[in-house]
Design a protein around this ligand. Structure first.
Ligand code: MSP
Length: 649
């Protein structure tokens, strides 16, 4: 299908746009590494929608294989139950970050398993161009790293351990089925070299070509010993190799083998883009396209592999205790500012370093001082000097034409950057217009113009700034969907203006529109200070929290195993509680209402994900629920004998 370009920054609009993130391992909770790719992909999909293009964004979870099975075992859980629990942390993180994914695929979904097994049958029945079986049985003997879920060679090791996971690989020898990669290497290399499969950035493309030069072997696509996986349809003594299972999510989610129309639309007709970091290059740029070739399916159009970031100069790892939970950032900075901070630490695509200590400074400088201040000063002055009604444009202002030109050029520039995934460059351009508008405001000093009786000119300054704000809010919408809506609301605008045609046109807003600003869009933060809580309103509906906020509170049932008074604290009991898969100590202020011996063995409900706190010197890891019945405090208890650890929601 041919694509047309129109006035939307040169982006093709006739084809739908399909973008994917990696499906993340659910052996542990999400950290900001996962968030980084997911926010970037969400931004890209939202930008395409802004351009009037239909966009589908997919993310999900990779749930099979040894790594997950071992994590489940360590937690004392069955793999499926473990995955069910951990996947909720991912879903919650994506809600917290306002990710507008169209689907979330789990490799344990029935729809995935069925479609994947169909793909395996297709591969099993396929022949290479020279008539050989694509899949053939063989014996694999070698080293295996469960961290990578991949076979390694001696060359890959550093001091005898896997350099990525710092663990020694296992020696394995087993019967496997192999995928005849060697038969597809020539064709694939050519497709990459001629940009039929575009690999970005160029450095990664060169890396992939380098892999062909080093030589690549057929790979084994099944495991005899790995019990947590999808059985091969043609030999159920073997489970599919987790990577083969995982890669196929990109087509099973959109209807491969199940919904031909949907699959055709999103895999054949759409522009397809895979986003990820460079760590999983070989799987995506070699194995996956080769599998698609073998199954006679089209290849994705573009694969973008961004860099890896360190935290304060160190690799991010659980063992180093430096992983940052996206929820922690959202709590401190809010959803949109977190999205902004994640994507602006270093150029998107390159390797970088994230320093926690920079976050507050950067929030204050770009969001509070530049953007927030522009919105506040313009809206406040319209309120104070123009009775809250947007004044009309005026001529004869300093730097007026330059500002208009910069604003009118911006959608084109941002479109160009985003088409090539230069996300940080696009954001920089937008903020450069914000700063230009602040300078324009200072240069023309509308407050002085009002004093000097030149209200018409002062109004013109405000109108021009209001137009810049509208254009900036539109272009920043894919990055900060919530805050940009708030900004538009200040100017009496709504989603109707969120499109590239309006963004390209200066002089869109209607004079006389009511402007309403109550509080700063981005309140300044002091270093170490939390985002100020929203003021309690008299209006009940304004006190409501949304479901995503509530969803962050994890509550479970628990059984009280032991209870004792806390010395020197009349109100406190120290409780040992059973949460099903773990035991914890909590401190509860119920000693005036319950004697320790009365509450042992009671089933209660506790909030599980509170940060640990010391109460009168005693560590408390959670909080129980109790109701205030007049002066009495009564424990909230589940109805029935529910096993400890059952989620409450
Ligand atoms: N399950 C596989 C992917 C299968 S896709 C068919 C996997 N999962 S993962 O949980 O390890 O996620 C890896 C991805 O997380 C990276 O490719 C990247 O998108 C993201 N990141 C994890 N840590 C990161 C950084 N420190 N820096 C940048 N991205 C990071 O691999």
């Amino acid at each position: 299908m041919s694509s047309i370009t129109n006035n939307n920054g040169g982006l093709p609009v006739s084809r739908p746009f399909y973008i994917t993130t990696p499906i993340y391992y659910v052996n542990d909770r999400p950290h900001i590494g996962h968030s980084y790719t997911t926010v970037a992909a969400d931004l890209m999909a939202r930008f395409q929608r802004l351009c009037g293009r239909e966009a589908f964004m997919l993310t999900g979870s990779d749930e099979h294989g040894t790594k997950i099975a071992e994590a489940a075992e360590a937690a004392g859980m069955k793999p499926q139950a473990f995955c069910d629990e951990v996947v909720e942390h991912y879903k919650r993180a994506w809600r917290d970050l306002d990710i507008d994914n169209n689907d979330f695929i789990r490799t344990t979904d029935k729809r995935h398993i069925e479609a994947f097994r169909k793909l395996l049958v297709v591969l099993k029945n396929s022949k290479t161009d020279d008539g050989q079986d694509v899949i053939y049985p063989g014996i694999y003997e070698g080293l295996y790293c469960t961290g990578c879920e991949n076979f390694l060679t001696d060359k890959d090791l550093v001091d005898g351990v896997c350099p990525h996971h710092n663990i020694p690989p296992r020696q394995v020898k087993e019967k496997n089925y192999f995928f005849r990669l060697s038969s597809y290497l020539g064709k694939l290399r050519k497709m990459i070299e001629t940009d039929q499969l575009i690999i970005l950035p160029d450095e990664r493309r060169r890396e992939v070509i380098g892999l062909f030069d080093q030589g690549l072997n057929d790979f084994s696509l099944s495991r005899e010993r790995v019990k947590w996986g999808i059985p091969l349809p043609f030999d159920d003594s073997q489970n599919a190799y987790v990577w083969i299972d995982a890669l196929s999510n990109y087509i099973t989610a959109i209807g491969y083998g199940a919904d031909e129309t949907n699959f055709k639309k999103w895999w054949y007709e759409a522009e397809t883009v895979h986003f990820m970091a460079k760590d999983i290059l070989k799987f995506h740029c070699i194995y996956w396209p080769a599998m698609l070739l073998a199954a006679s399916l089209p290849l994705p159009n573009r694969i973008f592999l961004h860099g890896f970031f360190t935290i304060d100069g160190q690799r991010m790892a659980k063992s180093l205790h430096n992983q940052i939970d996206p929820g922690e950032l959202v709590e401190k900075f809010g959803t949109d500012a977190t999205r902004f901070l994640l994507l602006t630490q270093y150029p998107f695509g390159a390797d970088g370093d994230i320093q926690r200590s920079r976050f507050v400074k950067q929030y204050n400088s770009a969001l509070a001082n530049d953007l927030g201040n522009l919105v506040s000063r313009v809206a406040k002055m319209i309120t104070a000097s123009f009775e809250g009604r947007l004044p009309g444009p005026a001529d004869g202002l300093e730097g007026y034409q330059e500002l208009i030109e910069q604003a009118e050029q911006l959608p084109e520039t941002v479109g160009d950057h985003l088409r090539d995934f230069r996300i940080t460059a696009a954001i920089d351009e937008i903020f450069s217009l914000v700063r230009a508008a602040n300078r324009f405001f200072d240069l023309n000093a509308p407050w002085k113009l009002v004093k000097d009786g030149q209200s018409n000119k002062a109004g013109g300054v405000l109108y021009a700034c209001a137009e810049v704000i509208r254009i900036v809010a539109t272009l920043l919408h894919p990055l900060m969907p919530g805050k940009t809506r708030e900004i538009l609301t200040v100017f009496g605008l709504d989603d109707a203006v969120l499109n590239m045609n309006d963004a390209r046109t200066f002089f869109c807003q209607k004079p006389e529109t009511k402007i309403t600003i109550k509080e700063s869009i981005f309140p300044r933060l002091k270093n170490g200070e939390k985002k100020p809580p929203a003021p309690k309103s008299e209006n009940l509906s304004e006190n409501l929290i949304d479901i995503a906020e509530f969803g962050r509170v994890e509550m479970v049932t628990a059984r009280i195993l032991a209870a004792e008074n806390v010395k020197g604290a009349d109100k406190l009991l120290r409780l040992q509680i059973d949460l099903g898969h773990e035991k914890r100590q909590i401190v509860a202020g119920v000693a005036e209402h319950y004697r320790p011996e009365d509450i042992i063995d009671m089933n209660i409900i506790v909030v599980k994900n509170l940060k640990p706190a010391k109460i009168r010197g005693v560590e408390s890891n959670g909080m129980l629920l109790a109701a205030h019945a007049g002066k009495k405090l009564v424990l909230v208890v589940p109805d029935g004998d529910i096993p400890p650890g059952s989620p409450v929601g």
